[in-house]
Write a protein that binds this ligand. Sequence first.
Ligand code: ADP
Ligand code: MG
Length: 173
Amino acid sequence: MSLPIYLIGARGCGKTTVGQALALALGYAFCDTDHYLQLSSGQSVSDIVSAEGWEGFRRRETLAVKAVTQPGTVIATGGGMVLAEENRQFMREQGQVVYLNADAAVLAARLEAYPEAEQRPTLTGRPIAEEMVEVLAARDALYQQAAHHIIDAMQSPEAVVSQIVSALSLARA
Ligand code: ADP
Ligand code: MG
């Protein structure tokens, strides 16, 4: 049985992009917790946050990660998934957790190029570059703590996929 692979890291680190390519390379299914939340609730992340606050969103996120956990699946998680101890523990117990690590400047440049504002409500309302520095300062330790493997995500998506495949000692499909 192939354990699920959870990709964690800040917005823009490539969880969706790399996750889809990784799933293809391994012959796994792909799933995105933010996407699952949208489909199951019929609301965008922004809508949920407006209606229920970040706290309500986080509660739904915990349900989402449990709902999508299946063997043979690459799971791209929301950037704040690691904030709850319950989620960190669940992912570590259920599968392999991979942290896609990138500098704040790289993350900000990617998000500025493709803001997708509807999908990515800013946490503070301040410029994205400043916000990423703060988000990483607050969360980097949690990403590291939750991860079985830490991968440099500042390479091409293909190179990131290759690193994950070898770190997990998996065979390409
Ligand atoms: P996440 O799901 O972690 O928020 P995405 O996969 O949506 O991140 O990527 C955010 C943006 O950065 C997208 O425009 C994507 O094309 C780009 N991107 C993702 N990974 C890389 C990479 N390794 N190199 C260059 N650009 C990337
Ligand atoms: Mg994503």
